[in-house]
Design a protein around this ligand. Structure first.
Ligand code: PGA
Length: 250
């Protein structure tokens, strides 16, 4: 099971160092593969020398150039990151990221051997049309053929043969304490998996994940892990989510 931490624009240097120190005390060697960290870019240097999976929260859709304030996916790879979030709802809604840009970022990352974690999810006002919204956000992958696309992509260690990851995050559940029921989450993950043309895509759930609800969500057969925001900022609570959710993934 995958337990991913989206730190957003939280943590400072000292707080991140403390987190890593505490987290490594809890972590067992054979559990390392299950965790992925998405620190804010200025904290990347703390992960560059660590034996942990980590990635960017966002990159630009060009490798370099006159794009003041943007982050290069190529440099992310040079720093040893092997993952990157793409299309998080905060990027889509606050920063106006378009589906066209998301598609470009997705393919550029793959061409650089960085595994995209594509975030999808409906807004509160879109709940009635949820399935159509999700299909629209995933539509550019309809003809995805891992053989035809960026054939040479080397997946990160522990993720062999996984061409990308999807995170289902209903916008109304992010940071709100509200979540869909575990049955609903399972149905939506099944819908996503059925819609995708490749069969081995892990689908994570994100939005107000806690140790308590991870026990329930983790029991569902189509839930392959979690993308955790608020509860990933403390080493103990993040690590506990993994154990709570893992009960059903012996
Ligand atoms: P949350 O955030 O766990 O704080 O709801 C999840 C996310 O936005 O990825």
């Amino acid at each position: 099971m995958i337990c991913a931490a989206n730190w957003k624009m939280n943590m400072g240097v000292d707080a991140a160092r403390t987190f890593l120190r505490d987290f490594k005390k809890l972590l067992k060697e054979d559990e390392k593969k299950n965790f992925i960290f998405f620190p804010p870019p200025f904290l990347s240097f703390l992960f560059a020398g660590e034996d942990l999976h980590w990635g960017g929260q966002n990159v630009f859709f060009q490798k370099s150039g006159a794009w003041t304030g943007e982050n290069s996916p190529e440099v992310l790879g040079e720093l040893s990151a092997r993952f990157c979030l793409v299309g998080h709802s905060e990027r889509r809604l606050v920063f106006g990221e378009t589906e066209e840009e998301i598609e470009k970022k997705f393919h550029l990352l793959r061409s650089l051997n960085i595994l995209p974690v594509l975030c999808v999810g409906e807004k509160e006002s879109e709940r009635e049309q949820r399935d159509q919204i999700l299909k629209r956000q995933l539509n550019f992958l309809k003809n995805f053929d891992p053989e035809a696309h960026d054939k040479k992509m080397i997946s990160p260690e522990d993720y062999e043969g996984v061409p990308f990851i999807v995170a289902y995050e209903p916008v109304w559940a992010i940071g709100s304490g509200k979540t869909p029921s575990s049955k609903e989450i399972n149905e939506i993950h099944q819908l996503i998996k059925n819609f995708l043309p490749v069969k081995n895509i892990p689908v994570l759930y994100g939005g107000s994940v806690t140790e308590a609800n991870a026990v329930l969500f983790g029991k569902e057969s189509y839930v392959d892990g979690f993308l955790v925001g608020g509860a990933s900022l403390k080493a103990k609570s993040f690590y506990s989510i993994f154990h709570a959710g893992r009960k059903s993934f012996p």
